[in-house]
Design a binder for this molecule. Structure first.
Ligand SMILES: [Zn+2]
Ligand SMILES: [Zn+2]
Length: 167
């Protein structure tokens, strides 16, 4: 197999890819996005890296998108703020209207019109990032949390309250 044709581009404005004159084959794009452009909540305040790879054929475009950023979060046990590294990826199969494409159940499929000029990744990126955010976040596995009695951060200090075992 010969290596795929690749033209890495740095797209600065938003998360749009012009597909109007895209040749068949592999195309790669790198985006650096400010999270406010994506209307994300305040936990997302660091730049977001998006690496998108398009595999274009006559009747479809397959997107693989890798997302990476740091989120500003709070530990569920000790309430200290910390940065949580987020990394996720997703796929979308864009098919041109009525081309009778067979799809795998696992693919997110979006039908696009034949004269579509831009693929806009913003909304998918936003949703997949939010999905990738764990519900429970702990600053470190061994985080001791807060004392339930005096509220002190037990990572910093050993308080004199009776522990669970003493009761
Ligand atoms: Zn903690
Ligand atoms: Zn205590």
């Amino acid at each position: 197999m010969k290596p795929p044709h690749s033209d890495k581009k740095y797209e600065q404005a938003g998360l749009r890819i012009n597909i109007s004159k895209l040749s068949d084959g592999i195309h790669e794009y790198e985006f650096k996005v400010e999270p406010r452009q994506l209307d994300l909540d305040k936990r997302f305040n660091k730049p977001l890296n998006v690496n998108a790879r398009l595999d274009k054929a006559t009747n479809k475009i397959f997107l693989t998108s890798d997302l990476e950023t740091d989120a500003d979060v709070e530990c569920d046990r000790c309430l200290n703020p910390f940065l949580h590294h987020l990394q996720t990826s997703y796929n979308v199969l864009y098919t041109y209207e009525d081309r009778g494409i067979t799809v795998n159940d696992s693919d997110d499929v979006q039908v696009i019109s034949i004269d579509k000029v831009y693929l806009d990744l913003a909304e998918d990126v936003r949703q997949y990032l939010l999905l990738a955010m764990p519900i429970k976040l702990v600053c470190k596995d061994e985080c001791a949390g807060l004392c339930p009695t005096c509220g002190k951060n037990l990572n910093d200090i050993k308080c004199n309250c009776k522990t669970e075992e003493d009761r």
